[in-house]
Design a protein around this ligand. Structure first.
Ligand code: AMP
Length: 143
């Protein structure tokens, strides 16, 4: 199963933010969309960072309420690990586990075409396991 399988179901929408926006604006986006991370893009649409709920919590712990007024560019992660639609879910799980993050933007020909969260990965793995056990049950019943 590939990343494309997940995107076909969930769509290509990605919530993005400008690096000059405040941390408050990022927190608002996370809350409004019920998500854990937003991708930071430049004016020409390139991915230049990612900011997740963890970065916001860290900024608040370090700077108190003043952290909310900081620009996203100050606290975002700049070295973003991305994947393509052709990558397998297994490869994605490995990246997330080794990198200790739960979101991976999907890039195709330098263009942001989606984002996969650990929730999406777990959901697709569970469905795959159910399909496999159904197939095994059918096989045993008809053998
Ligand atoms: P998360 O588990 O996604 O909330 O992110 C935990 C930390 O990893 C935060 O500092 C994020 O900015 C960072 N992070 C999230 N996704 C990625 C990614 N795809 N590549 C690199 N860093 C990431």
């Amino acid at each position: 199963m590939t990343v494309k399988t997940i995107l076909v179901r969930k769509g290509n929408a990605v919530v993005t933010i400008d690096p000059t926006a405040t941390v408050t604006a990022a927190a608002k986006l996370l809350g409004e969309h019920g998500i854990g991370a937003v991708v930071v893009t430049s004016a020409d649409g390139h991915t230049i960072g990612i900011i997740s709920e963890r970065d916001i919590v860290k900024a608040l712990a370090a700077r108190g309420g003043a952290g909310l007024d900081a620009p996203v560019s100050e606290i975002m992660t700049r070295k973003v690990v991305t994947c393509t639609q052709q990558d397998t879910i297994g490869e994605l799980m490995k990246q997330m586990t080794e990198g200790h993050f739960r979101h991976v933007p999907v890039i195709e020909q330098d263009r942001l075409v989606g984002i996969v969260s650990i929730g999406d990965v777990v959901k697709s793995r569970l469905e795959q396991m159910e399909q496999e056990s159904d197939a095994l049950r059918d096989y045993i019943r008809t053998a």
